[in-house]
Design a protein around this ligand. Structure first.
Ligand SMILES: Cc1cc2nc3c(=O)[nH]c(=O)nc-3n(C[C@H](O)[C@H](O)[C@H](O)COP(=O)(O)O)c2cc1C
Length: 203
């Protein structure tokens, strides 16, 4: 695995349920001053509107802190910077990742810039973190995840734990986002790290 710690993170947002994870993740990356190459599919925008009430770029900017290090790309432009293996990259995160996008990456079809960026991460041996959300999972979904894991991707399902006794939706969201940031190697203060004995019934 190649790690380029100062390079931008490529963040793809697709049309699986889980827009609040994407919004929180982008805000955390911006707050940590991490450069971000942002690509949002058509259905990604639809889910941002339906689940987080974010209707377009201006509202996404307002919800996700300082955009001075964010570059937003057209998902249909497969010739843009994230499409090239020669562009420096710390890794690619797709959050949330639809089963459709996951299947295309597993098949290597690169139909849009998000899928191409993922394909490049695999061939360049850079971190590729996919955050799928679907239930139940079919054999096709499971086989695609297995294939991608074998190819070097990390499948990080949007499946928060409950052992830290979350009280709010943001704590559940932070649980998943913290794991994503850990896997792409970004320092953060999102969520609480588990220490045994920390949670008690008296809290
Ligand atoms: C409200 C809504 C919720 C959806 N939730 C999911 C989901 O949780 N997981 C999934 O794989 N697809 C889900 N889909 C379907 C995808 O959006 C659809 O397959 C789309 O073509 C994905 O395209 P994209 O990967 O290019 O964004 C949902 C669609 C809508 C409209």
């Amino acid at each position: 695995m190649r790690v380029d710690a100062d390079a931008p993170v490529t963040l793809g947002i697709t049309g699986a349920s889980g827009a609040p994870y994407a919004v929180r993740l982008l805000r955390a990356l911006n707050e940590s001053a991490t450069p971000v190459r942002l690509i949002i599919s058509g259905y990604g925008w639809r889910l941002l509107a339906e689940e987080s009430g974010i209707e377009g770029e201006a509202e996404l900017r307002a919800a996700t802190s300082d955009w001075s290090r964010v570059e937003l790309y057209d998902p249909l432009d497969r010739g843009a910077t994230p499409a090239s293996g020669s562009a420096r990259s710390r890794g690619t995160v797709i959050c949330p990742c639809s089963m459709g996008t996951l299947a295309s990456i597993a098949a290597g079809t690169s139909r849009n810039l998000i899928e191409r960026a993922a394909d490049v991460a695999l061939k360049e041996r850079r971190p590729l973190i996919l955050v799928p959300r679907e239930t139940p999972l079919s054999l096709v979904h499971l086989e695609n995840m297995l294939r991608l894991t074998r190819a070097g991707a990390t499948i990080l399902p949007a499946a928060p734990g409950f052992y830290h006794r979350p009280q709010t939706m943001s704590e559940l969201v932070d649980f998943v986002v913290a794991r994503i940031l850990d896997h792409v190697g970004v320092e953060h203060e999102v969520g609480r790290r588990w220490r045994s004995g920390e949670v008690s019934d008296e809290e």
